[in-house]
Design a protein around this ligand. Structure first.
Ligand SMILES: [Zn+2]
Ligand SMILES: [Zn+2]
Length: 209
């Protein structure tokens, strides 16, 4: 054997027995790990699932079972303890497998739904348009935030537009002191009454008034 003793001792006995069985002609007993002699091999029970050998006395079989197992054309199967423990877990594992299959199926469906939603969101063109509208509205509100509306300011009698604007500015001066503003704070004065908005949104003075 190529294995050192130290290496073999570190392994579980069952693993060693299985390895020895695979790599050599020697048939070790899965229970006691000692070799099964040539004259014992004929009668040594072998697990019908994992194919490991046992000494007759190590197999845990009673005398009548031993006789039945050793018979050449036997109909009784022999399974080692490890395999029997594994078999007992099969119904449980089968159930878990079915559950896992169902979970995977529903997860796949959820992923498909999310994928579709993502595609629709990315493909939507109304989002940039909405964003533009929102930004425009925000700018517009910021621009109008300092607007001041003054009612009942006497109308100028002048025919000149420049004079009318000048008169409106002058009329506002007494008010500026009351609200602690200087003349420099006024960007533009518009007399709303005399202005109309055309189809393009531009303001112009109403004619004939
Ligand atoms: Zn044995
Ligand atoms: Zn077995």
């Amino acid at each position: 054997m190529g294995f050192s003793k130290r290496f073999l001792l570190d392994l579980a006995p069952q693993v060693i027995a299985t390895l020895l069985g695979y790599f050599s002609e020697m048939k070790p007993c899965q229970k006691c790990i000692k070799p099964i002699s040539d004259d014992q091999v004929e009668k040594a029970p072998r697990c019908d699932s994992c194919r490991v050998f046992f000494h007759l006395e190590c197999s845990g079989l009673c005398a009548s079972e031993q006789r039945a197992i050793v018979v050449q054309r036997r109909i009784i199967l022999f399974f080692c303890e490890d395999c029997i423990l594994s078999f007992k877990k099969i119904p449980l594992l089968t159930n878990k497998f079915v559950q896992l299959e169902e979970q995977i199926k529903s997860l796949k469906e959820e992923i498909e739904v999310i994928k579709q939603q993502n595609l629709q969101t990315v493909g939507a063109t109304d989002i940039p348009a909405n964003m533009d509208a929102v930004i425009y509205e925000m700018q517009n509100r910021a621009d109008r935030a300092n607007n001041l509306v003054v009612y009942g300011v006497p109308k100028s009698n002048s025919r000149s537009l420049q004079q009318k604007i000048s008169d409106d500015n002058t009329a506002l001066l007494p008010l500026l002191n009351d609200i602690e503003l200087a003349q420099d704070d006024i960007v533009k004065v518009l007399r709303v009454e005399n202005w109309q908005k055309d189809n393009c949104g531009n303001f112009s003075e109403k004619r004939g008034k």
